[in-house]
Design a protein around this ligand. Structure first.
Ligand code: BTN
Length: 257
């Protein structure tokens, strides 16, 4: 059954994550705020998120994942990133998930995600999933290290690609994300775990089982390693040339790209 989507478009706002956070007390699971322009878009690590006006998707989904234990909160990232990967595939673009939750096409970032959780007792009470997906933008500021967009990627294979309609693309994308979110609910009800979704996430992981260089941020040390998976707390596990392994939380490791 197709669900009616609740998507609220704003011409301009500071950050759609702020609109969704304000909506927590009164709004339902699966409410979306999207903006043509954000004046104070927020990114990971306290960075700002800048996107050209009305060219990209900048939106936030309010989820009320009351079936997800706080300790399992990473499954929200898993459902959102798998939905994005699947949406891009329907557009003919093969992407990978860069742990914890960026979306890359080869070595270029097409999407960033900022998730803010609320916890009540042992369970999540809300997850605000803020998503910035580059769609029609062709030129980016020079200080962005490696950006790309849907249109730039599709134009590699097709001629005369039309500018995408943001409203239509958002509906398609949100529907893909909800499919994985609904699967998470079902899988948990049936098995008490999320194994098949975690496995799918691992299949799509950027740089999995490949040798690359990273910086261990605590010691500012450059190392060569390969990503072999995630541990129980969703930290990334790297293996070194001598066979030893170490797990890193977000901010403890940075990729050299
Ligand atoms: C990142 O740093 O990669 C995460 C970027 C997240 C940006 C999105 S745009 C919509 C939502 N509103 C925000 O202020 N941030 C997120």
């Amino acid at each position: 059954m197709t669900q009616k989507l609740d998507i609220r478009w704003l011409k301009v706002t500071d950050s759609t994550n702020n609109r969704a956070l304000e909506g927590i007390p009164s709004e339902k699971d699966k409410t979306v705020w999207a903006a043509e322009f954000q004046t104070a878009g927020r990114g990971q690590r306290g960075n700002t998120w800048k996107a050209a006006q009305a060219q990209n998707l900048t939106f936030s989904i309010l989820l009320k994942p009351d079936f997800i234990l706080a300790k399992d909160q990473f499954i929200v990232s898993v459902t959102v990133t798998l939905g994005l990967e699947q949406y891009l595939k329907t557009k003919g673009v093969q992407s990978k998930i860069k742990w914890p939750n960026d979306i890359y096409v080869q070595d270029r970032k097409i999407c960033g995600i900022l998730i803010e959780h609320g916890i009540s007792g042992e369970y999540l009470s809300s997850s605000v999933c803020g998503i910035g997906l580059n769609i029609n933008q062709r030129e980016f500021p020079e200080d962005l290290p490696n950006p790309t967009s849907l249109i730039l990627e599709v134009e590699k294979d097709e001629k005369n690609v039309q500018t995408y309609c943001l409203q239509a693309e958002l509906e398609l994308l949100v529907a893909e994300i909800y499919k994985f979110y609904d699967k998470a609910r079902e899988e948990y009800a049936q098995t008490g775990k999320f194994d098949s979704l975690y496995n799918l996430y691992l299949e799509k992981l950027y740089r999995k089982n490949e040798w690359h260089r990273y910086i261990e941020t605590a010691e500012n040390k450059e190392v060569e390693a390969k990503i072999v998976g995630l541990n129980d707390t969703a930290c990334i596990v790297l293996e070194y040339r001598d066979g030893s392994r170490k797990a890193f939380a977000f901010k403890e490791i940075s990729y050299i790209i």
